[in-house]
Design a protein around this ligand. Structure first.
Ligand code: GTP
Ligand code: MG
Length: 683
C-alpha cells in the first residue's frame, strides 16, 4: 500500500459521536480485534473495558471518558472513548485538542443528525481530522446513499463513502472497499473474508468508486484530468489522496460496520494506520516547538484508592517517573509513576515519549485541560478549553452535618475532573448550589459523592433570589428601646423617614440630626440596626430599593449605648415597613436559546408558557438551520427550563442566561411564595 504519507509511532484517537451510537462497543471491538483483551464484552451485560465505573454501568451509558491503549501492527494507539450524551459533552471537548484524529461513531437515525452536527462542528473548529464510522448497519433499512444524504447536512465537508454494503435478502452481509476494489463478506468476531467482486456488486462498486474519486479530484487537478480522460488512476495515488485530504480535513471518509460483531473494525484500524496523522502534525497544530517535555491533560481522575491520576498525551520530549511538570502559571508537581491504561487496568511502565498517551500518578495540581511542561519556562496552554455554561442547578447538603468538610473537598475534586460542574456557595441562603449540564449530569455527581467519597447528600431545589421593596413612603416612625428597671439600663430612641427608591438603587441611609438629638457616635449603630431589619422584611425577604433617614431621636446620658441604638433602629424599621405597602420582587433574566429551526415554534411556546416575554428570534449566525430566540424570563421559570428545551430539540437545544432586572410580583403567585417562605421559617 501507499508509502510516503505513512506515519509510524503512537497515535491518540478520540471515539466520539451522538448518544448511544456504539462508541464504547466499538472500543471493545477494537480491543478484541487487536487482542488487547481476550473476550469482547458488551455494554448490556456490563462487561466492557469502557464504562467501568459504577455510575456508567448502572445507567448503561458513558458518563466520563474511558481510555485504552492497544497495539496494532507494531504501533500503539490510545483510544479515548467519549460520552455521547449532551450532558457530558465537556468530557469530549477537553480531550479533542490533543488527538490526531476522531472516529465519529454514528447510526443512520434522523433524530441524531443535529447531535452529529454539534460534534462535527467541534471537530471542524478545532481542525481535528475525522472519520465517520457508520455503525449498526445490521439494522439498516435504507440504501447507503440515502443514509449519507441524511447525514451530510451535519458536516461542512463531504462525507466520502469508502465502502458500500453488499446486501443479501435485505440484510447487509459484507462490503465492497472502494479504494481496494475488493469485496469482503463479514464474519462474526473474525476478520472479513475476501470474496470475488462480481455481478451487481461490481457495477455498484464501480459507480460508487467513481463518485469517491470525483470528490477526491475536487482537490487534485491531476486526478481530475485522469477521470476526464478515463485513465484509471494508480491505486497508490488514490490512497495518497485519501490520506492527504483526510488529514487536511477536506473530507470525512465514511466506513461502515457492526461493532458488537467486530465487523468493519479491521478496515477502520487500517484506515487509521495509513491515513491518520501522527504526533508531528498534532504538535504543529498546537504550536509546539522544540523538544522540551510538554504534555496535555485530557482528563484527571481522583480514584477511590490509587489517589489522583492524570491521563495525558506527551506532545513533545519525554516524561518519566520523577519529572517535575509545571502548569502555565508555574505551579508544579512531580510525576510519581507512569501508567499504561486499558480501562481500569493499569500497568506501570517506563518514561513516555512524544505521541504516547499515559496516566501520570499523583500530580496533585493537574486539572482536566491543563498543559504541563518541564522546560526552563512553563509552556503556554496549548488549548483553551471553554466550559459549557451550566443550565441546571440543585442545592445539596450533607445528610450528616459532620460531613460538611468532606463534602467541600469532594466537590473540589469533582470540579477538577469536570470543569462543567460548578459549585457555588450562596452566602445569603447558605446553600451549596451545584450547577451542571442536566439532570443526569447532576445525578451522577451526587452518586459519585456517595460512592466514591462516602458523603450522602440531600438535594433540593435551589432558592430563587426573591427580594421585596416598598411602594409607599412613611415619615416619622419611632423606634424606641428602653429597659430601665434596676441596674444598668438600656435606652435608644430614633425617628425614621422611609421612602421607596427607583428599581435597582439598593439601599441608602441618611441622617438629618440637628442639635445632637442622637449623639454622632451612635448614628452608625442606628444604621446597623436598620440593615439588620432589612434582611427580613414583612414578606420574609431582603428589602431593597429604599432610603432610610434618621431625622430625630433622644438619648440617655447613662443608659444609651451602641447596642441600644442598634435595637432601636431595628424596631423602627420593623414598625415602618408593614405600613409602606410592601411588594415582592422577582429576578428576571435575559435568556438566549439556540435550537434547530424546526424546533423554534415549540421553543416559543415553551417560553410563553413560562411567563417569558419574547424579545426576538433570528437565524443563528454561522449556523445554517439554527435559530436563536431571546426572551426575558423569571428566574423561577428557568430552573428546569433545560428539560423542556432538550425534549423539544432532540437534545441539542441549549441556553444561556444573564440577570436583567427585578420586577414586582403580585397576586396569587406572590402570596404562595410568601406563604412558603413563612412555612420554611417556622420549621
Ligand atoms: N444492533 C446494534 N446494536 C449496537 C451496535 N453497536 C452498539 N449497539 C448497542 O447500542 C447500545 C449503545 O452502545 P454503546 O456502545 O454503549 O454506545 P455509546 O455510543 O458508547 O453510548 P454513549 O457513550 O452513552 O453515548 C448498546 O445497547 C449496544 O449493544 C451495532 O452495531 N448494532
Ligand atoms: Mg459510551
Amino acid at each position: 500500500m501507499a508509502g510516503n504519507g505513512n506515519v509510524r509511532g503512537p497515535r491518540c484517537i478520540a471515539l466520539v459521536g451522538p448518544f448511544q451510537g456504539g462508541k464504547t462497543t466499538l472500543l471493545e471491538a477494537i480491543l478484541a480485534r487487536t487482542s488487547t483483551i481476550q473476550r469482547q464484552g458488551t455494554v448490556d451485560a456490563g462487561t466492557t473495558v469502557g464504562d467501568a465505573s459504577k455510575e456508567a454501568r448502572h445507567h448503561k451509558m458513558s458518563v466520563e471518558v474511558s481510555v485504552a491503549t492497544a497495539n496494532f501492527m507494531g504501533d500503539d494507539y490510545t483510544f479515548i472513548d467519549c460520552p455521547g450524551s449532551v450532558e457530558f459533552v465537556q468530557e469530549m471537548r477537553a480531550v479533542l485538542p490533543a488527538v490526531d484524529a476522531a472516529v465519529v461513531v454514528c447510526e443512520a437515525d434522523e433524530r441524531k443528525v443535529s447531535q452529529l452536527q454539534l460534534i462535527m462542528r467541534e471537530l471542524e473548529d478545532l481542525k481535528i481530522p475525522r472519520f465517520l464510522f457508520l455503525n449498526k448497519i445490521d439494522k439498516a433499512d435504507q440504501r447507503i446513499r440515502e443514509t449519507l444524504k441524511l447525514l451530510q447536512p451535519a458536516s461542512r465537508v463531504p462525507l466520502l463513502l469508502r465502502q458500500i454494503p453488499i446486501w443479501k435478502n435485505d440484510i447487509i452481509t459484507g462490503f465492497v472497499d472502494l479504494a481496494l476494489e475488493r469485496a469482503f463478506v463479514y464474519k462474526e468476531h473474525v476478520p472479513s473474508e475476501v470474496i470475488p467482486l462480481e455481478g451487481e456488486d461490481l457495477t455498484r462498486g464501480k459507480d460508487a468508486r467513481f463518485s469517491m474519486l470525483e470528490t477526491l479530484a475536487d482537490h487534485d487537478d491531476e486526478l481530475m484530468e485522469q477521470l476526464l480522460e478515463d485513465i484509471p488512476p494508480p491505486r497508490d495515488k488514490v490512497f495518497d489522496d485519501l490520506a492527504k485530504e483526510q488529514r487536511d480535513g477536506l473530507i470525512c471518509p465514511v466506513l461502515i460496520g457492526v461493532a458488537p460483531r467486530t465487523n468493519g473494525v479491521l478496515r477502520l484500524l487500517k484506515a487509521l494506520r495509513h491515513e491518520s496523522q501522527g504526533i508531528a502534525a498534532t504538535a504543529k497544530r498546537l504550536g509546539i516547538k522544540g523538544n522540551d517535555p510538554v504534555a496535555y491533560v485530557l482528563k484527571t481522575f481522583h480514584t477511590a484508592h490509587g489517589g489522583k491520576m492524570s491521563v495525558a498525551r506527551v506532545l513533545s520530549g519525554q516524561v518519566g517517573d520523577g519529572t517535575t511538570l509545571n502548569s502555565p502559571d508555574g505551579e508544579g508537581g512531580r510525576v510519581s509513576g507512569v501508567l499504561k491504561l486499558v480501562g481500569q487496568v493499569t500497568e506501570k511502565r517506563g518514561p513516555a515519549v512524544a505521541g504516547e498517551t499515559v496516566a501520570f500518578a499523583k500530580l496533585e495540581h493537574a486539572k482536566t485541560g491543563d498543559t504541563l511542561s518541564a522546560g526552563k519556562q512553563p509552556h503556554k496552554a496549548v488549548a483553551e478549553v471553554a466550559t459549557f455554561p451550566p443550565v441546571l442547578a440543585i442545592a445539596v447538603s450533607a445528610k450528616d452535618r459532620k460531613d460538611d468538610v468532606k463534602l467541600g473537598v469532594a466537590f473540589n475534586k469533582l470540579h477538577d475532573e469536570d470543569p462543567s460542574l460548578v459549585i457555588h456557595h450562596n452566602a445569603e441562603t447558605h446553600e451549596v448550589v451545584v450547577w451542571g449540564q442536566g439532570e443526569m449530569h447532576l445525578r451522577v455527581a451526587t452518586e459519585r459523592l456517595a460512592d466514591r467519597y462516602g458523603v450522602a447528600v440531600e438535594r433540593r431545589q435551589p432558592s430563587v433570589g426573591y427580594r421585596e421593596t416598598i411602594r409607599r413612603p412613611i415619615a416619622a416612625v419611632r423606634g424606641r428601646h428602653k429597659k430601665q428597671s434596676g441596674g444598668h439600663g438600656q435606652f435608644g430612641d430614633v425617628v425614621l423617614d422611609v421612602k421607596p427608591l427607583p428599581r435597582g438603587s439598593g439601599f441608602s441611609f441618611d441622617e438629618k440630626i440637628v442639635g445632637g438629638a442622637v449623639p454622632r457616635n451612635y448614628i452608625p449603630s442606628v444604621e446597623e440596626g436598620v440593615i439588620d431589619a432589612l434582611k427580613h422584611g414583612p414578606l420574609g425577604f431582603q428589602v431593597v430599593d429604599l432610603a432610610v433617614a434618621l431625622v430625630d431621636g433622644s438619648y440617655h446620658a447613662v443608659d444609651s449605648s451602641d447596642m441600644a441604638f442598634r435595637i432601636a433602629g431595628r424596631i423602627g424599621i420593623n414598625d415602618a415597613l408593614p405600613q409602606c405597602n410592601p411588594v415582592l420582587l422577582e429576578p428576571i433574566h435575559t435568556v438566549e436559546i439556540v435550537c434547530p429551526t424546526e424546533a423554534t415554534a415549540k421553543i416559543n411556546a415553551i417560553l410563553s408558557g413560562r411567563r417569558g416575554q419574547i424579545l426576538s428570534f433570528d437565524t443563528r449566525e454561522g449556523w445554517s438551520g439554527w435559530d436563536v430566540v431571546r426572551a426575558k424570563m423569571p428566574e423561577s421559570e428557568i430552573g428546569d427550563l433545560i428539560i423542556e428545551v432538550r425534549s423539544a430539540t432532540a437534545g441539542v437545544g441549549s441556553f444561556t442566561f444573564k440577570f436583567d432586572h427585578m420586577a414586582e410580583l403580585t397576586g396569587k403567585p406572590a402570596d404562595q411564595i410568601v406563604a412558603a417562605r413563612r412555612a420554611a421559617a417556622a420549621e
